[in-house]
Write a protein that binds this ligand. Structure first.
Ligand code: GLC
Length: 425
């Protein structure tokens, strides 16, 4: 028996050593199930064109979990994944750690950056003068609303301020509860993860957010405390957001809640549009999109998100990896991703494409939101800043910390992290 086990072990070691064929590359990507399925289609088309097999490493949707999954092989210097999608928020850290291949210096490079938004390339994809990533799609926070319910409960247009949102939410929820006891007017991302920081920046509005003042990252401000109190009150005082907002609500939980017809408003990224409008969706043709509300007189803020493609410094198939990156960023594939998944392409030429505009007439309106979207700070230690914020924001929403005390506590931790890394510059 022992001998058989030994033999099996030897075989396993041998097999794993041989598993990587030269015409194969590994692409690590996450997302909603329909998005992952679509990546399989893209990989199959690429194989037909080039004979190169792309093995897809399927990751979850949660940005923090995706980061962990990629970090482990990179820290260990493993040769796969060769290519991966990175949240825009991680690029400075990955670049500072020396994990990203310079895409202009690689065999099969350089890359053509002309079709993309120059400010995004300059701010996020170029680190220390090197092109280490390219945007696959851009994200910005949006308000989805039920057109039919707004009309039924007497609102002539979607709310421009949080005060208006609360008013119409309270009315609609009271009316809807008779037929749907699980109805909550407004769903958003309040669980303890990166998405919570994105939502917070939007509630914080034009006067709040994560500021850099004289080389210091500042979060403990009266404007931010006001925003955090609003987030808490939506759940605990107005009770228009469900109690599981701070325990469970991430993108997909929020999207499904709204899609089942159980909410009036939803904060989400553009990907939710395609799914709401899909055949069989209970909210098909009943959904509208508009900018997020703001505090009266302060205007709306959308957080800039998005996913960028990069290549591992440790990849041993860099020429093929460069070919795949070029393929993903081609107009053909960017159009497909946009038409099939509702993503906002990073290539500007896709926005004027008639096939795309036919499916996404709202793209014309979204352009404005994207132009003004607010980025998270581009710091190599942003994840630590975010982690401290996530914990205290979440505690304040649950009611276990007062908003200003929560921000003061986060500030202390952020100051300590910044000190370790030598300041915000
Ligand atoms: C989206 C955004 C990303 C953000 C994440 C938070 O995937 O594109 O930038 O960090 O949501 O959950």
């Amino acid at each position: 028996m022992k001998a058989i086990l030994k033999l099996a072990l030897v075989f396993l070691i041998f097999a794993s050593g041989c598993a990587r064929k030269s015409a194969e590359l590994v692409f690590s990507v996450g997302g909603a199930p329909n998005e992952l399925d679509f990546w399989e289609t893209i990989a199959a088309d690429f194989r037909k064109d080039t004979g190169i097999n792309v093995r897809i490493l399927r990751q979850p949707t949660d940005s923090d979990q995706r980061r962990q999954g990629i970090l482990i092989p990179l820290k260990a210097g493993k040769n796969d994944p060769d290519v991966f999608l990175m949240d825009i928020a991680w690029i400075p850290q990955f670049a500072a750690s020396g994990w990203l291949q310079d895409l202009d210096a690689v065999e099969g490079g350089p890359m053509d950056t002309a079709p993309f938004w120059k400010n995004i390339i300059d701010r996020s994809d170029k680190q220390d003068g090197k092109l280490v990533a390219l945007p696959v799609y851009v994200d910005a926070g949006l308000l989805y609303y039920r057109k039919d319910l707004l009309k039924k409960y007497g609102a002539s247009k979607p709310p421009a301020t949080w005060e208006e949102l609360i008013d119409i939410s309270v009315k609609t929820q009271a009316g809807m509860r008779d037929s749907d006891p699980g109805f909550y007017a407004f769903v958003w991302q309040g669980a303890q993860y990166e998405g919570l920081v994105c939502d917070f920046l939007e509630f914080a509005g034009t006067k709040g957010g994560i500021r850099t003042e004289g080389g210091r990252i500042v979060v403990a401000t009266p404007e931010n405390a006001k925003a955090l109190a609003l987030m808490r009150d939506l759940v605990n005082k107005h009770k228009i957001s469900p109690p599981n907002t701070y325990t469970e609500m991430k993108e997909e939980e929020v999207r499904l809640f709204f899609q089942k017809g159980n909410a009036l408003f939803e904060r989400n990224w553009p990907y939710a549009w395609g799914l709401h409008q899909a055949e069989g969706s209970p909210v098909k043709d009943k959904t509208g999109i508009c900018p997020l509300p703001g505090f009266a007189g302060a205007g709306s803020v959308s957080t800039l998100g998005g996913w960028h493609i990069g290549m591992s410094k440790y990849s041993d198939v860099q020429k093929n990896a460069a070919l795949f990156i070029k393929y993903v960023l081609s107009k053909k594939v960017q159009k497909e991703l946009s038409i099939n998944l509702g993503w906002n392409p990073a290539r500007r030429d896709v926005y004027s494409d008639p096939d795309v505009l036919k499916v996404h007439p709202h793209f014309t309106q979204l352009r404005k939101i994207f132009d003004n979207a607010v980025p998270r700070p581009g710091l190599p230690y942003y994840t630590q800043v975010s982690e401290a914020l996530q914990r205290h924001l979440n505690a304040a929403i649950s009611g276990s910390e007062e908003p200003s005390a929560a921000l003061e506590a986060a500030q202390k931790e952020i100051d300590a992290v910044a000190a370790r890394y030598g300041g915000a510059k």
